[in-house]
Design a protein. Structure first.
Lengths: 306, 215, 916
């Protein structure tokens, strides 16, 4: 057995969480996109073929995410216990909503019912929201628990969903009107705004320095790849550039890809724990107590640590 | 009402890890898993340096974020303040691990032993398959508290119903008892001292009180 | 918790004595015959100062018991070649064969005679860590007594890893094998490297924790901020090995800046030699008739013998003495007429004048103002004049103490520190008074259970001392041990059980290889039989790689073995003994003992056998009895057992007789010991056998706290502490020098310089720099000091094979790494966790960088003793060790025969840290 060798100096500091790996990240990546896709597609007024494709794609994404999670949990054969705590657990609610998604989705696929499709879309949106709340409910991860993380996750899910929906629609042969394009562009821009709002909020309430470093390292990627490029591409289409199908595919790739990157960054790389802190260094016999120590956190402007 | 809490007098703690080792023994945690440990925190710059020892574990919060996120109700807050995990219900989703702002929880997916792949007699005797793949943390030595309930003994006073870490502490830094009882040792200590609770601003109402000076 | 419902659960009372701060009390929880947990023994909460608790180390004992890497059967070596690169080829053998091999070797020695042609014992025994093995080796001491001459010279740590000068000078001045603050009453403690919250065990930890809550102030003076420093009110990061300068400056502030009027004059006058008049050549002026030292009687204004009834001796000043005598080395008497006699205190005052805080600042890198403030705080806190009532007796309360730590109180500079520390106590009357500086116990004097009994009148109004003789007639030119303790170190004496073992142990190792050019004594030989128990000098000494090579040359080595380790790798036979939880033994506890075991009770405690031994491991007492039988020593061995050598009391005494005969079983032996112990401790009121102790664990009777303090005993006997002037040491050194020079030996001359009446500052750190220059290295290539510090989790490395100790130790900064200043590291492009090489002029050791602010920029620190290459588990730690790169050198050996854990080093990065 190799000796257990953590570094004592790092034990108090925020640590990158290691319990939710790529499988959990995949749930947020796929599930969020899928939920957004279902919602956007439901209200996009697609024809039967495109709507069906969107429904199947959205449900596949959600199912893929949930399957990944199933492989991650410690006791997969007890997975149904997940339904035991709807009163407060957003994970239970996510699981319930997932049932509704698949129920409505299946109905819509089988019957082509517009109402069922709209229901599936609403459930997809609810699934997206549940996922956002799952992260935000985790007080142990400062980068998640900030309230602005909810609109951010919802916004990215919607932006991803919109872009994917347009791509699915275009591939399905539907003509994508200006209204849908504008809506998608707005969602991509709203996501950028939600990011900025989130990052600013996190800066003022405080977060582990390591988490902020990760987020700041990612920010330009979201700006250029996830916002400017897709928005310009959509603008070009609006201005009459030909090749809507391939361009929308590119837009989907950029918007959904950057969203996936964002969520991977958030769920894995920026997911530093709160860490441990001492509010007052104790008095040792005589003399003054010492100041607070909060390893891994930046000193706040008011002199307190975040 | 009863609420069991722990007091840790930081003026006394010398960072010896006796509580860490006693907990490992009492709870048979596998190598690398510590339900409690004492942190070694340094602040300042040479030569104006302060070094402090900070015992940490589950804070048995009054409003435990791990409980509300738990999708299975495996984690519950008991009427006496203990935050407990039902290993039979837990699915090991780790949501509670993320929810806890005290790094208190862990999940072990494979059996681990001190020396290689086979357990020693002491490890084999105490290996509990129910704890594989589920969330684990400090229980405040729940079995002892339950035993107190049955026998009328007083946690924090009678060693057999007091958490192992508290019993083991050689500096007398740790206390345990009912904070709702004004005559308990913990209530009396807190009445005469200045203390803080960690990350109280997160609204968790932690049940561990860190004493740092006299009143 | 248990996974399955247990069928039987029992709790076996026992003790932990894994480190020198024991014994502490515990219980072993045994479930269905398997030891599962260690718990405090709260049945002892009212008698044990630590309330029945044991420290972290004890919680490793379950793993220690079931560690699969244990040697579980006797083994013999099949590869006749020995060395680090020679696989010993150990193969299992029966106990019969193993015992016959060992007994055969011993019997052969017995037939030839116990002493060889060089005058040295043919059998050597090495026991580890500070005498702790004796608490686990059952009746083995009785076997050694029955055997006769044994050489304990080959130390594993004594001398180099102990507080050596404190042991020797502490016992000399105030019967203090180790020294502690009277913490429960102390208000101001200057701890110079004393790492008591790490090394003092549960008793020290709780005492200091209580004192902190009470509001005492501890100032920690050390280059690296230890856990003890962390728990102190103030940290003073002093330059390594300059502590004497700091302490001298404190004395300066007291004596020169405050002056005698603010010191404890009655104590200095009546309990010390301060009034003794010193002649110009530095010897006491003595009464011509009686030879007694003279004092100046202020009542009659004339010089009188120190013990003249009614005299009021002057503490300060110089006086003309009409007629007097001085007695120099070899009793050379010189008569003086009209000679100036300066009081010893006055000598001190003149001597200390040059050691001002401003001077010290340049030496120790501590601001003069800080030194002055600390000295003045110390004086103020001493509250001279205050009293306290203890058990109905009014005693002075002097709640201040200066305590010293390892590497401060051993090696060069340690004499100066021990002297200064004791003088600082004497100046304010805090020596052996409540609140002040106390000795714990004696090991170089008798009896070890009551140091007060060793206080008998000796020469010149002082306590009796048992120096090794240095007179022409009696000096031991032909050493009787390989560490030359009687030849070279008068002060270590020959009276105590540990005198021999506390000789200059590194000389025993060094002189096997090479001797000084002008060596004229008989050539040291190797012992024919070497027995080793709980000792791993190939890890715990210095220059360990070389030491292992020396150990490989020993012709026959039998080791009581827990696992294979770096020392027993060279063994011929391994004997697996039943370890801590697997066998029984009774020992004394209570009274006063290091490190801070000051009890209100005294008694005995049984090490309970909680579980059956693993494999073929056998009870040490059984092994011992078998060895005695097979070497024809059974009768003498049982006689020694009857004398109480292995137990705690003679088996026959007034009103009782539990004597054994024939071939007693371990159970019979311990039953008799239990009965005799209870009978004698209770003064005949009670008698309990082994069965009772198995259930109850311990037995105590109350003890007065007055036994903590020696000064009342000194007062009762009319004796003085031999302070501040060291005339006796001066003479002993002169005599020793003459003897060596008569034999044309000058190789100990540097050490002889330590024999001074009033210690002078000499460039202590400079000795280490000179040493590397002498070895041909350039000082600028080795710009850092490397020090070591102890760990509570590891007792001298003896439990390095225990996984859980490693695990919990990692929560503390620097374990298994190299502690260095973060800024210094940044300058060398070294980051946290980088693998770095620390190189001295004799070798290199590697470990992970642990960056902290709490260490001087010029200093590196490596915790504990590691660098294992044979011990299972420990060898996988890749931990560095100072021991691998600290040289053994005559130049670095002080007059007591001790060195210190310090070496000049260079450091460089060899590998970037891997992501955590």
């Amino acid at each position: 057995m190799k000796p257990f060798n953590p570094r004592a100096v790092e034990l108090a500091a925020p640590k990158q969480q290691r319990n939710w790996d790529w499988r959990a990240a995949a749930n947020f990546i796929c599930g969020g996109s899928g939920g957004g896709l279902l919602l956007y597609a439901a209200f996009a007024g697609f024809g039967r073929g495109s709507a069906l494709a969107a429904l199947l794609a959205g449900m596949t994404l959600i199912a893929t995410g949930l399957t990944c999670v199933w492989f991650e949990i410690g006791r997969p054969w007890r997975a149904l216990n997940v339904y035991r705590h709807i009163a407060t657990s957003w994970m239970t609610r996510e699981a319930v909503v997932a049932l509704a998604v698949f129920g409505c989705g299946a109905l819509a696929v089988l019957t082509g019912s517009v109402v069922a499709t709209l229901c599936a879309g609403v459930c997809g949106g609810a699934f997206l929201y549940s996922q956002a709340r799952i992260l935000a409910a985790n007080k142990g991860i400062p980068a998640w628990r900030h309230p602005a993380s909810v609109p951010l996750l919802v916004a990215t899910g919607l932006a991803e969903g919109a872009a994917l929906a347009l791509a699915v629609g275009a591939l399905g042969g539907a003509a994508i009107g200006a209204g849908l394009l504008v809506a998608a562009m707005i969602l991509v821009i709203v996501r950028a705004w939600a990011w900025q709002r989130y990052r600013t909020g996190l800066g003022s309430t405080g977060a582990p320095e390591a988490a902020l470093r990760v987020l700041d390292g990612f920010a330009p990627r979201l700006l250029w790849l996830g916002t400017v490029l897709p928005a310009l591409a959509v603008l070009a289409l609006l201005l009459g550039m030909p090749g809507q199908g391939p361009v929308l595919l590119l837009v989907a790739l950029l918007a959904a890809g950057s969203g996936a990157w964002l969520k991977y960054t958030l769920v894995r790389r920026a997911a530093y724990t709160q860490g441990l802190a001492i509010d007052h260094i104790p008095v040792r016999g005589r003399g003054p107590s010492g100041p607070a120590a909060k390893p891994g956190w930046k000193m706040m402007p008011d002199g307190n640590r975040g | 009402m009863t609420r069991y809490v722990m007091t840790i007098d930081l003026r006394r703690c010398v960072g010896c890890q006796t509580c860490t080792a006693a907990c490992k023994g009492a709870n048979a945690t596998p190598p690398g898993i510590q339900w409690r440990r004492v942190l070694d925190i340094e602040s300042g710059e040479f030569p104006d340096v302060r070094r402090s020892f900070l015992p940490v574990a589950c804070m048995h919060c009054g409003d435990p974020p791990c409980e509300s996120v738990c999708p299975t109700r495996a984690t519950t807050r008991r009427a006496d303040g203990l935050v407990a995990i039902d290993y039979e219900l837990c699915i090991g989703c780790a949501n509670c691990v993320m929810a806890c702002p005290y790094d208190a929880r862990s999940i072990v997916h494979e059996p681990r032993y001190a020396y290689g792949d086979s357990p020693m007699a002491s490890e084999a005797k105490r290996f509990d398959p129910a704890r594989i793949g589920v969330s684990m943390k400090c229980t405040f030595c729940k079995d002892r508290i339950d035993y107190a309930e049955r026998t009328g003994k007083v946690p924090g006073v009678d060693p057999e119903v007091t958490p192992a870490c508290v019993n083991s502490c050689i500096s007398g830094a740790m206390g345990f008892g009912d904070i709702e009882d004004a005559d308990s040792g913990v209530s009396k200590l807190l009445a005469g001292t200045q203390y803080f609770r960690m990350h109280e601003e997160l609204g968790t109402e932690p049940g561990v009180y860190y004493v740092w000076d006299k009143s | 918790m248990e996974a399955d419902q247990p069928k039987s659960v029992k709790r076996v009372p026992s003790y932990c004595y894994n480190c020198v701060s024991g014994p502490d009390l515990m219980k072993v929880k045994v479930v269905d015959g398997v030891a599962t947990e260690i718990e405090p023994n709260f049945a002892a909460a009212d008698v044990h100062p630590a309330k029945g608790r044991v420290c972290v180390k004890a919680y490793g004992l379950v793993q220690k018991t079931y560690n699969p890497n244990r040697v579980q059967t006797p083994m013999k070596r099949t590869n006749p070649k020995k060395g680090r690169n020679e696989d010993p080829g150990f193969v299992p053998i029966s106990w019969d064969e193993a015992l016959d091999i060992v007994a055969g070797k011993l019997s052969a020695v017995k037939a030839k005679g116990l002493i060889d042609d060089a005058g040295l014992p043919r059998v050597a025994v090495s026991l580890g860590h500070g005498g702790t093995p004796s608490n686990y080796m059952g009746t083995f001491p009785a076997f050694l007594q029955a055997w006769g001459a044994v050489d304990f010279s080959f130390g594993s740590g004594q001398g180099v890893k102990c507080v050596h000068s404190e042991h020797l000078y502490g016992e000399f001045w105030h019967r203090a094998f180790t020294v502690a603050a009277d913490t429960p009453n102390c208000r101001y403690n200057i701890a110079v490297g004393a790492n008591v919250d790490v090394t003092g065990g549960p008793c020290a930890v709780i005492r200091h924790a209580d004192a902190r809550v009470r509001g005492y102030k501890r100032v920690q003076v050390e280059p690296h901020l230890t856990a003890t420093g962390a728990c102190s009110a103030e940290w003073v990061p002093i330059r390594p090995k300059t502590d004497p300068a700091f302490l001298f400056a404190l004395i300066h502030v007291l004596v020169k800046e405050n002056g005698l009027d603010r010191l404890d004059i009655p104590f200095l006058r009546d309990r010390t030699a301060s009034p003794y008049l010193v002649a110009p050549e530095g010897l006491y002026l003595r009464d011509v008739q009686s030879g007694k030292p003279l004092v100046w009687d202020e009542a009659t204004a004339c010089a009188v013998a120190y013990d003249m009834p009614g005299a009021v001796p002057a503490v300060a000043g110089s006086y003309r003495v009409a007629r007097a005598l001085t007695v120099d080395a070899d009793k050379e008497r010189v008569e003086h007429a009209d000679v100036e006699g300066v009081t010893a205190y006055e000598m001190l005052a003149r001597h200390i004048e040059k050691y001002s805080p401003e001077w010290a600042e340049g030496v120790c890198d501590v601001k003069a103002a800080t030194i002055r403030r600390i000295a003045n705080e110390y004086l103020a806190a001493a509250s001279i004049g205050e009293t306290i009532v203890i058990d109905g007796k009014t005693l002075p309360l002097r709640p201040v103490a200066v305590t010293l730590g390892k590497s401060v109180n051993n090696g060069w500079g340690a004499y100066e520190c021990c002297w200064a520390r004791t003088v600082l106590a004497a100046l304010v009357g805090a020596l052996e008074n409540p609140g002040g500086l106390l000795g714990t116990t004696v090991r170089l004097n008798k009896t070890r259970d009551n140091r007060h009994l060793s206080v008998a009148p000796g020469e010149d109004g002082f306590m009796v001392q048992y120096f090794n003789p240095t007179s022409k007639e009696e000096w031991q030119f032909q050493p009787s041990t390989r560490n030359l303790h009687q030849t070279l170190v008068p002060i270590v004496g020959h009276n105590g059980a540990w005198s021999q073992a506390l000789g200059p142990t590194q000389l025993a190792w060094m002189f096997q290889d090479e001797r000084p050019d002008d060596w004229s004594m008989p050539m040291p030989t190797l012992p024919e039989v070497w027995l080793v128990y709980r000792s791993n000098p190939s890890i715990s000494f210095w220059d360990t790689r070389h030491l292992a090579e020396v150990a490989a040359k020993f012709p026959f080595m039998a080791c009581f073995a827990y696992t294979v380790d770096e020392t027993n790798y060279m063994a011929d036979v391994l004997l697996p003994e039943a370890t801590d939880l697997e066998s029984e033994q009774m020992i004394r506890m209570g009274g006063t003992k290091y490190m801070e075991q000051f009890w209100d009770h005294k008694g005995v405690v049984l090490r309970g056998k909680a579980v059956e031994p693993q494999g073929e491991a056998r009870d040490f007492t059984w092994i011992t009895t078998e060895l005695a039988k097979r070497t024809g020593l059974l009768e003498a061995y049982v006689k020694a057992v009857n004398k109480g050598v292995a137990g705690v009391a003679p088996l026959k005494g007034e009103g009782y007789d539990f004597s054994l005969s024939g071939e007693p079983s371990p159970e019979q032996i311990w039953d008799a010991v239990c009965r005799a112990a209870t009978f004698s401790i209770s003064e005949g009121r009670e008698q309990h056998g082994l069965a009772w102790y198995r259930e109850h664990g311990f037995y105590t009777v109350p003890m007065s706290r007055l036994e903590w303090y020696l000064t009342p005993t000194m007062e009762q006997r009319g004796l003085r502490y031999e302070l501040p002037y060291q005339e006796r040491l001066l003479r002993a050194g002169r005599e020793l020098g003459r003897r060596l020079h008569e034999k044309k030996m000058n190789w100990w001359d540097s050490q002889l310089s330590e024999y001074t009446a009033l210690p002078e500052w000499h460039d202590v750190p400079g000795r280490w720099i000179a040493n590397l220059e002498k070895a041909g290295a350039k000082p600028e290539d080795f710009p850092f000091w490397l020090l070591t510090t102890k760990s509570m989790q590891y007792h001298a490395g003896g439990n390095a094979a225990i996984e859980v100790m490693h695990e919990v130790a990692q929560n503390l900064r620097g374990h298994a790494g190299v502690i260095m200043n973060a800024k210094t590291a940044a300058g060398l492009n070294i980051a946290e966790g980088d693998r770095i090489e620390v190189r001295s002029h004799i070798g290199a050791t590697c470990g992970k960088a642990a960056l902290v602010q709490g260490v001087r920029p010029d200093t590196l620190v490596i915790i504990g003793q590691f660098d294992h290459w044979a011990t299972p588990f420990a060898k996988t730690m890749a931990a560095p060790s100072l021991n691998s790169i600290a040289p053994m050198s005559l130049d670095l050996t002080d007059a007591t025969g001790s060195g210190a854990d310090i070496v000049r080093v260079a450091v460089r990065k060899i590998e970037e840290a891997k992501a955590a």
